[in-house]
Each structure stands twice: as C-alpha cells, then as structure tokens.
Design a protein around this ligand. Structure first.
Ligand code: GDP
Ligand code: IMO
Ligand code: MG
Length: 430
C-alpha cells in the first residue's frame, strides 16, 4: 500500500510551506490539511500573481487534484467563503475538487470573541494570537462542547449554536470583557453573526465526507497523498515553546489524529526551514536580532504576516531547534527556503548550540526563555551573489552549498531542495 507523505514547518511558521506544497502537488493525487485553521497564511506565487490560502489546502490551483480539509482542521465559515470567493474571482472553481470532513470543527463568531477576551485577560503575558478563534474552538472540541461541519445539516443546529454562544457570552462577561464594543472586521457580534450564518450556504455547497474512510480508501487505491501542515513544530501545543504556541499538534503525529490514518501509513516527512528564522506573535526566540540585520531580514524577506500583516521578528537560523524538530517529526528530507534574502550578507550566522548559565547544550531546555539562552553562533562566509536564474542545485554558489552542508551535517537529514524566490518555478532539487 502507498504511504502518506507529510510536509510541515520546522520553525515558528511561515517557512514557505504553501509554496512547496504547490510545487510538489503534481506528484500527488490528494493534498490534505490535518490541523490548524484560518490562523494559517500560505502564500503561493505564479504567473506574477500572489495567492494567500488560510483553510484551503495549497494544492487547490491544480484543479485535477483532490484537496481535503481533514477532521483536525477548524473552519470559520465566513473566512472560508471569502477564500472561495477569492478563488472564484481568479477563475478557480474549488467546488469540484475540494472535500470537507464532517468532523472538522467550526469556529463560531463567539470563539473569536473569546480569543480576544482571553488575550485581554492575559495582559502582558498575551500569546499574540491571530484572533481567529483557534484556542477557544479547540478548547470546546476537547471539552466536548464543539460544533462540527456535519452538525450544520442537523435540524437542531441553530439551537445548539445558540446554546454554545450563550455559554461564551456568559464567560466573556464574567471576564469583564466588553462584548458590545467587540468588533470583527468592523462589525458588531450581531452583524458578524448574520454574515457568518449566510456563509454556511457556501460551505454547504462542498462535499462533506467521512474523511477517515475517504482517505483510507484513497490509500487502498494507491493514490499518492500529501499531508500539508500549518503553523510549525515550535508552535506545537505539546512540544513547542508552551504556552506561546497554537492549540493543535502541528507535528507528524498530528497527521494520524487529524486525518484518521494509522502511524504505519506515514511515508516521507518533508521539513521546511528558512535559511534564517522568523517568529510572529509573542514568545521566546533565542536567535532574534533586534539590530540592523534583523531589520534587513524583515525588509528583504518581506516578513509581514500573511494572515495579520504584523511584522515578523527575524533572526539567524537555529540548528539546535532544527535538530529537535527533525527528532520529533522524523524528518527524512529538508527543504530550505529564502537563502536569496541573504544574498548581500558578508556573514551568515547559524546557531549551533545554546549557552545556558555558562553550559553549552544542543538540547531544547524545559525553561525556554530568551533571557536564559545565549545562542552560540557559527559564522559562514556570505555567497554575495544573486541566485536569480540558477536552475540547478549544483550551480548554486559554493559558499551557499557549504552552509547547506552544515545544516545537513548537524541535523543528520539531507537537504532535498532549495527555494530561491517566492515563485513556483524557483525550487532546485538536489
Ligand atoms: P507558509 O505559512 O509556511 O506557507 O509561509 P508564508 O506564505 O506565510 O510565508 C512565506 C513567504 O515567503 C511568502 O511571502 C512566500 O511568497 C515567500 N517565499 C517562499 N519561498 C521563498 C523563497 O525561496 N525566497 C523568497 N524570497 N521568498 C519566498
Ligand atoms: P502558518 O501556517 C506563524 C502564531 C501566532 C501566535 C500563536 C498562537 O502560516 O505558518 P493562534 O492564532 O494559533 O492561537 O496563535 O501562533 N501563529 C502563527 N505564526 N505562522 C502561522 O501559520 C501561525 N499560526 C499561528 O502569531 O503567536
Ligand atoms: Mg504563513
């Protein structure tokens, strides 16, 4: 039987997962999202146009391929509708090849309100959530209060919706959250709820499936499946920089629970890393650069959130964290993106260990605070040349290949490909 390949981010998100999924899609029959929701922003560029996807898998631009939103994903119907409308405007009809799990949970307008209420209550300790309702919706899933896609077809859906909404309103008021002043996209809760309800009609135009049977049937038919991760390793709820994480398992293990497949069906695990590192939102980030180089990475790399527009914090690549990510996920191939951003750098640094209270370690400590951790940096000579037009891995500058070889050596995982621009055409396989 064929195996499911997995593609996921190894840092704090935005590694270029969307682009690589789009490039690999021709090799697969099915592209499936298994966790996360509209907190994700996956950018794909081709023919001079940029597309950003939040809930829909990044295989959608290949209309002959099946795209599946798995049970582990959260769907916000109005954001889903906006995405569908955006695709339709670009001539992409997703109704034929997009399937939705009946077991995927819904994000209600009041989940988004609770996200804001929780962040407000945390004060200075806030996570810097995308405010898309992710934490509260997964909380309701685990607490067994959630509503699922399949429930939208039930006669008592509105009643159950009302019940959950009332609970959220009670909680928000108990937290002294100003419900009347709360806005989503400039709309009051009542106004947004109306739009949200109308958007259910768009969602219902898609085929709702028992996705665990659907995907296992695809496996039996020897279809090639790629599972597309969102967020990334260091935002995983168990193994990331807790509590500054998202609320799902972003790791390879999440594929099994987020799609309903057995661990033995997992094949290749492709881990995506930038040639440097970024983080958006709060939380520790040992290699962060608060200097001119950090600013340069942000500007040259256009490091602004695809979902929230917030500037991303930037710093050097952290191979200590990468080694950890390869271990937890069983990564079999590395994809390195965005080295082109550092084309003009004299020196490119790599964090190869952490100095904690004078002791060097290459493990991720339990107390993961930027204040405790001094990154040990290994310098590499910059390649000082444009990568534009290079079509072959072997033709990459020697100094860049030395840098890539060091990543391979220290992670024990081979680099399978390098991406050198946002465009679909620029991925060089080794
Ligand atoms: P994702 O969330 O992992 O899919 O990544 P995002 O789309 O949020 O962020 C990655 C950003 O980098 C997007 O703007 C991409 O267009 C861009 N990008 C991807 N690969 C490359 C690359 O190799 N070079 C450059 N310069 N930009 C890239
Ligand atoms: P993609 O798939 C980068 C971050 C948020 C915040 C934390 C929790 O595009 O790589 P949440 O809204 O999930 O409760 O926020 O996680 N975050 C991301 N950062 N890329 C993402 O997704 C992210 N999704 C969530 O900024 O710090
Ligand atoms: Mg992103």
């Amino acid at each position: 039987m064929t195996k499911i390949d997995v593609l996921l981010g190894l840092q704090w998100g935005d590694e270029g997962k969307g682009k690589i999924v789009d490039v690999l899609t021709p090799r697969y029959d099915v592209i499936a999202r298994f966790q996360g929701g509209p907190n994700a922003g996956h950018t794909i560029e081709f023919n001079g146009t940029k597309h950003v996807l939040h809930i829909i898998p990044s295989g959608i631009f290949h209309q002959e391929k099946i795209n599946l939103i798995g049970n582990g994903v959260l769907i916000e119907p109005n954001i889903f509708r906006q995405e569908i409308d955006g695709l339709t405007a670009k001539g992409v009809d997703a109704t034929k090849n997009l399937f939705v799990s009946k077991k995927a949970h819904l994000i209600l307008p009041t989940h988004r309100m609770m996200d804001a209420a929780n962040e407000q209550a945390k004060g200075n300790a806030k996570i810097g959530s995308t405010l898309k309702g992710i934490g509260p919706a997964y909380t309701d899933k685990i607490a067994r209060n959630g509503l699922r896609v399949g429930d939208t077809l039930a006669e008592d859906f509105i009643e159950r919706y009302g019940q959950l909404k009332r609970q959220h309103l009670m909680m928000a008021r108990a937290m002294n959250f100003d419900v009347d002043q709360f806005r989503i996209d400039g709309m009051s809760l009542g106004e947004y709820e109306k739009v949200w309800m109308e958007s259910l009609a768009t969602l219902k135009r898609f085929r709702f499936v028992n996705s665990e049977y659907f995907i296992n049937q695809c496996l039996r038919e020897d279809k090639k499946i790629l599972a597309e991760g969102a967020q990334a390793m260091m935002l995983d709820v168990d193994f990331g920089t807790y509590p500054f994480v998202t609320s799902s398992n972003t790791i390879t293990a999440g594929v099994c629970t987020g799609l309903g497949v057995a661990p033995s069906t997992i094949g290749e695990v492709m881990g995506i890393t930038k040639a440097y590192c970024t983080r958006v939102g709060a939380g520790p980030f040992p290699t962060q650069l608060d200097d001119e180089i950090g600013k340069q990475l942000c500007e040259l790399g256009h490091e602004y959130g695809a979902t929230t527009g917030r500037p991303r914090r930037c710093g050097w690549i952290d191979v200590t964290a990468l080694r950890y990510a390869c271990m937890i996920n069983g990564v079999t191939q590395l994809f390195v993106t965005k080295p082109d951003v550092m084309n003009d750098f004299d020196t490119v640094n790599m964090c190869t260990a952490y100095d904690i209270d004078g002791q060097q370690t290459d493990e991720i400590p339990y107390e993961y605070n930027t204040a405790n951790i001094i990154p040990v940096l290994t310098p590499f000579e910059g390649w000082k040349q444009s990568l534009e037009g290079i079509a072959d891995y072997d033709a990459l500058p020697e100094r860049l290949k030395t840098f890539l070889a060091a990543i391979e050596e220290r992670t024990g995982v081979r680099v399978a490909a390098v991406s050198t621009s946002p465009d679909r055409k620029d991925v060089l396989f080794k």
